[in-house]
Design a protein. Structure first.
Length: 188
């Protein structure tokens, strides 16, 4: 049986790509007045909303697995959690709007006049927050994509992005040499 961490890692890209792909498909269908294409975009938004539920609720299990690993920064986990809450609300709002839009378009195709702009704006905002959430989530285990600014600890001390070890304030990028003597004592 799969662990919650495995579920999180397996599914976390699905809602991101559903919103990312749904937006241009929606715009194309709307501008070309091709209702079947609009339905494809709506289906992607609905699938994205459904898949976001297990991703969101499996995040805690993924955190439990990685939080004690070397190089993992608690500040990134907390930021990812905060963004995930907003992303979850946004993708669920998009999914529900898409579901409502599915039935509205079926009954009243002329509703595209107001429905398409609402869906376009909502999907654009959702895509942005989903992308940022995914980016921060990736930084948790992929130190190579962290910038020094995002790797700074809340206390102001820099953090080595490769090891996660805190460096004293002002010591970022410095090294200590055993052969170097700062006192410059001369015994002449």
């Amino acid at each position: 049986m799969m662990s919650t961490a495995q579920i999180h890692l397996l599914l976390n890209h699905v809602p991101v790509f559903c919103t990312l792909l749904g937006l241009p498909i929606l715009l194309y269908g709307w501008l070309k007045k091709q209702t079947p294409v609009v339905y494809v975009a709506l289906a992607l938004f609905i699938v994205g909303a459904i898949s976001a539920v297990p991703v969101y609720f499996s995040g805690e299990g993924a955190e439990d697995l990685v939080e004690r690993l070397p190089g993992v920064l608690e500040s990134l986990i907390e930021t990812h959690e905060d963004l995930a809450k907003i992303a979850m609300l946004a993708v669920e709002a998009l999914g529900l709007t898409a579901l409502a839009g599915w039935f509205v378009l079926y009954k009243k195709p002329e509703a595209t006049r107001w429905l398409m702009p609402v869906l376009a704006v909502l999907s654009l905002g959702t895509t942005g927050i989903m992308a940022q959430t995914a980016h921060v989530g990736g930084q948790i285990r992929h130190s190579e994509i962290r910038s020094q600014a995002s790797a700074d600890s809340p206390s102001g001390a820099s953090v080595d992005v490769n090891t996660g070890a805190a460096e004293p304030e002002g010591a970022a990028g410095q090294y200590k040499s055993e052969d170097h003597d700062d006192d410059h004592d001369d015994d002449d």
